[in-house]
Write a protein that binds this ligand. Structure first.
Ligand code: F6P
Length: 324
């Protein structure tokens, strides 16, 4: 392989820049050309490429977002779009790909590989931590720290006004962010899609909390929670059933995807980028690089996409005990 293309695709996450830097520098280390592909698969379709040398990625290890930009390309889902993308890769001499993104991006990579046999390695980049084959996706640790910091601030005002806050966090269909930040920030209850605790239990827990003399309450709600009510409906429901509570809602939203990556994410990005390039140079394809028991390993892309990341329900038990 003489030239590797690198792209970021799907929702961005802190650490993507550190991963781009790692791929670019590993390529330089092994004397392989590296081409940055802008706006994910959309840039592949439009031939939006730029040569990247080791100095082109200086000063980005600490930057949030992605210098290559990201997109969710509808056109790449069509055979015509993928044909255009392949033509552009051929013309630019790009012989292999490193795709930094989540399961949607990996699905695109897999289909493209099946059709055009361009070797591909995936690096899991999403704050949701919902990809099988890695204990941590890139950006997850940073998002946890961002969310905990914000909930601490919400706690200050909640406590001054004796209020209950429902704080909605991201995670798509997974509750990893909610469960871990809920414990980290000392939430009274944590609502996650993986476990339906029911509305009655929520009311009961809030009643107990009031009786025990607590002056403020935080309930962390995962955006994909299946309790049947969104955060605003939950507010109304609790106010109707427990009028003693003054309730507010805070939806944290996209700020969870921004910011300078944590040291953990920078190190993870550096390790995964090197392994991705080395794997391609060893002739491997259709794998995702990930972290398991602090070792970098490879998981077939298909498994990474379809596999289920188990949430540690033991954490819910710990959370219960912490709210005693
Ligand atoms: O996958 C990352 C994520 O931030 C999810 O947590 C969230 O559900 C989704 O992306 C939001 O997507 P968009 O940026 O398209 O609003």
């Amino acid at each position: 392989i003489k030239k590797i293309g690198v792209l970021t695709s799907g929702g961005d996450s802190p650490g993507m820049n550190a991963a781009i830097r790692s791929v670019v520098r590993a390529c330089a280390y092994y004397n392989v050309d590296c081409m940055g592909i802008y706006r994910g698969y959309q840039g592949m379709i439009e031939g939006d490429f730029k040569e990247m040398g080791p100095r082109s990625v200086h000063n980005i290890v600490n930057k949030g977002g992605t210098i290559l930009k990201s997109a969710r390309s509808k056109e790449f889902m069509t055979p015509e779009g993928r044909a255009k993308a392949f033509e552009n890769l051929k013309e630019a001499g790009i012989e292999a790909l490193v795709v930094i993104g989540g399961d949607g991006s990996f699905t695109g990579a897999e289909i493209f590989n099946r059709e055009y046999h361009v070797p591909v390695i995936g690096i899991p980049g999403t704050i949701d931590n919902d990809i099988y084959g890695t204990s941590h996706t890139l950006g997850y640790d940073t998002a946890l720290n961002t969310v905990v910091e914000v909930i601490d601030k919400i706690r200050d005002t909640a406590s001054s006004h004796n209020r209950l806050f429902f704080v909605e966090v991201m995670g798509r269909d997974a509750g990893h962010i909610a469960l871990n930040t809920g414990i980290g920030a000392g939430a009274e209850e944590i609502l996650i899609p993986e476990e339906d605790l029911g509305l009655e239990r929520l009311l009961e827990s809030l009643r107990r909390s009031k009786l025990s003399g607590k002056s403020s309450s935080i309930v962390v709600v995962a955006e994909g929670d299946k309790i049947g009510k969104n955060v605003f409906e939950l507010k109304d429901y609790v106010e109707q059933n427990l009028p003693e509570y003054d309730v507010r809602v805070s939806v944290l939203g996209h700020m969870q995807r921004g910011g300078s990556p944590s040291c953990f994410d920078r190190v993870l990005a550096s390790r995964l980028g090197v392994k991705a390039v080395e794997s391609l140079l060893e002739g491997k394809s259709n794998y995702m690089v990930g972290l398991m028991n602090d070792k970098v390993n490879l998981t077939p892309l298909e498994q990474a996409i379809k596999g289920h990341t188990e949430i540690d329900l033991e954490l819910l038990r710990v959370s219960d005990i912490m709210t005693t």
